[in-house]
Write a new protein. Structure first.
Length: 304
């Protein structure tokens, strides 16, 4: 048997050294705390609430704001062959189910093109369960994700819930009420629905790209594929320290075989599994593209 590639060895070593991956993940952030006064608020993981103890913009922040990364292209996925495997219907539960992920996002686009937030959030609940399944190294990312979902669910079922039935009605309501901060987030004000959903929207692109790479590539460890998707979709919005913490988590990514067990039914063959995965990616991409159009039309792709 030949010598394993370097990336496999580093991934394997990291997984051995990270039985409590969250500990080292948090430790890295703690050790970086002495530099936090130079860290821009936008670097908070996945656009979390700005920390009041952060000072002014860090190195390169003004450059990023003046020249933000371009919107992700509205790429079309080629038609995919139908799967010959009969999959069970969605049965929501505590474990991730790709059937529930696909059905929720498929139902989130109304015939008129509106993005239905209830179904969108149900799709995100499944994605959060998928993140949970990646291991303890992704614990902080998982908590940030569930936090964003909870904020949006509160808006959706709250006092003004009728204005939060669709993405379009939410944008119209929050703009009319002056709830959208285009430059800075006022102290003491909770994050708006538009701002919170934008963070989920950016992360959706990351996960969509990762699942696409996983379903179309014949080689490459999932840690490499996930890191590549992150660099393309999310890294431009994060500061240096957050990017390093994310890189640490990616090294603890499960193997392709383990991910296959998470994403697919036990009896499903590899070929059919890839077909199902790519069909799900196509559904997610359609939702992402529609959401991107709405945010772009209102020049809201770079909310602080």
């Amino acid at each position: 048997m030949g010598t394993p590639p370097a990336w496999w060895a580093s991934s394997r070593l990291c997984r051995l050294l990270l039985p409590g991956g969250t500990l080292l993940f948090l430790l890295l952030l703690y050790l970086s705390s002495s530099h936090l006064p130079e860290l821009p608020p936008s670097a908070c993981l996945w656009g979390g609430r700005p920390c009041h103890w952060l000072a002014g913009p860090g190195p390169g922040e003004e450059e990023r704001r003046q020249h933000p990364p371009p919107p992700s292209p509205l790429v079309q996925t080629p038609d995919l062959p139908p799967s010959q495997t009969t999959r069970p219907p969605c049965q929501p539960g505590q474990r991730f189910q790709i059937e529930c992920l696909q059905s929720a996002f498929a139902a989130s686009i109304a015939p008129g093109g509106e993005v239905l937030l209830g179904e969108y959030l149900r799709g995100w609940e499944e994605l959060a369960r998928f993140i949970d399944s990646l291991g303890t190294a992704f614990g902080l990312i998982s908590r940030e994700t569930w936090s964003k979902i909870a904020i949006m669910q509160d808006y959706h079922s709250g006092q003004h819930g009728t204005h939060y039935r669709t993405l379009q009605s939410m944008v119209a309501f929050e703009l009319a009420e002056g709830l959208v901060a285009f430059h800075t987030l006022p102290a003491g004000r909770p994050p708006s629905g538009c701002r919170t959903l934008l963070r989920l929207h950016r992360a959706l692109r990351w996960l969509e790209l990762f699942l696409y790479k996983l379903g179309t590539s014949e080689g490459g460890h999932p840690s490499q594929l996930c890191a590549s998707a992150y660099q393309e979709a999310l890294a431009p919005y994060h500061g240096w320290w957050v990017r390093q913490a994310a890189a640490l988590a990616f090294l603890a990514m499960p193997s392709r075989q383990e991910l296959h067990g998470v994403l697919c039914a036990e009896e499903e063959e590899q070929q059919h599994a890839c077909t199902t995965l790519l069909a799900t990616v196509r559904t997610i991409r359609h939702v992402y593209n529609r959401t991107q159009e709405v945010y772009s039309a209102h020049e809201m792709l770079w909310l602080p």
